[in-house]
Write a protein that binds this ligand. Structure first.
Ligand SMILES: [Fe+2]
Ligand SMILES: [Fe+2]
Length: 310
């Protein structure tokens, strides 16, 4: 049983929605309803709608997919999630993602799958990209790359949102400048879309933190991925952007960032080529839950969550 689900219900802050009957009674002290006042109450309800966003850290191999399959539906229901996003670049045996896995993850309740440096590891995904806009790759790959780094959609409740996937350049492939590109990409999002979530896939903590500050006040959340180890710095930046340097990993945690520790350790010891295999034990889902105001796009809270296979 996860620590989050054990005996915990939804937070009281969930979607402020006024009790209209109480509001009407209070406003109609002489038996008549003041329509303008009632509209004001309803208007405030609309203004204050919140979106609950679950962002899941890099899904690694079959163990990562198993916890998604076994646990995610209950988590989405119990946490009353409106939008679920996950990084899927390692979902196929630790390297890449296949069309079948994309379909399975979407069927499990994930609405948008982000990528990273491993997104191209399975060749069959190249042709699949044009068929599935909910699968993203970092936007700062060359324009000729298949797919897109930006997805604009609507939740089942009808609220608009955008997800932007960027990749860092420090200790990584020298792609286009994600900082400069982010401004141009945000300009493509219709102004009525307020909820914007950015997956900043990067090796360097400094680059991820810098992107958080760069986009503070412009997006709802900047979530770091790629390093597979959750950081303890989840916070709301002054401009209203939720931030964490790295959300962590969904997969086997008795490992070295998802791989069997023996092979990785041996490579550090003798520097010879080694075969990396996805580990199996201590499967956890690392994620963050973001509560954001639909009308402004500002985040109200970000909370680190960790679920385990029973
Ligand atoms: Fe990565
Ligand atoms: Fe990864």
């Amino acid at each position: 049983m996860s620590r989050r689900l054990a005996g915990q219900g939804k937070p009281e802050s969930r979607r402020w929605a006024p009790d209209l009957s109480r509001g009407v009674q209070g406003l109609a002290s002489h038996g008549e309803v003041d329509r303008s006042a009632l509209e004001s109450v309803v208007g405030k309800a609309c203004e204050s709608r919140h979106m609950r966003i679950l962002f899941i850290g890099d899904i690694v191999g079959a163990p990562g997919r198993r916890i998604i399959r076994d646990r995610l539906a209950d988590i989405l229901a119990q946490q009353e999630i409106d939008l679920c996003i996950a990084n899927g670049e390692n979902a196929a045996s630790g390297f890449g993602i296949t069309p079948r896995i994309v379909e399975d993850l979407l069927a499990a309740g994930i609405e948008v799958i982000t990528g990273g440096n491993h997104i191209w590891d399975r060749r069959e995904i190249l042709e699949f990209f044009p068929h599935e806009p909910r699968l993203l790759r970092p936007a700062n790959f060359p324009e000729s790359s298949p797919g897109s780094g930006l997805y604009i959609g609507r939740t089942k409740g009808g609220a608009g949102y955008a997800v932007l996937n960027l990749q860092g350049r420090t200790f990584m492939t020298p792609l286009d400048d994600p900082f400069r590109l982010s401004a141009a990409l945000l300009g493509r999002i219709p102004p009525e879309i307020k909820i914007i979530v950015v997956d900043m896939h990067a090796e360097a903590t400094s680059e991820k933190q810098a992107m958080g500050w760069h986009l503070d006040g412009k997006v709802s959340a900047v979530i770091g991925t790629h390093t597979h180890v959750a950081t303890a710095d989840a916070r709301i930046l002054p401009g209203g952007t939720a931030f964490i340097t790295d959300v962590g990993m969904t997969g086997p945690h008795d490992s070295v960032i998802g791989m069997e520790k023996e092979g990785v350790l041996q490579r550090f010891l003798d520097a010879l080529p080694a075969r990396f295999v996805v580990a199996q034990d201590n499967v956890q889902m690392n994620c963050v839950l973001i509560d954001a105001d639909e009308s402004s796009g500002r985040a109200r809270s970000i909370e680190r969550l960790c679920f385990r296979l029973d």
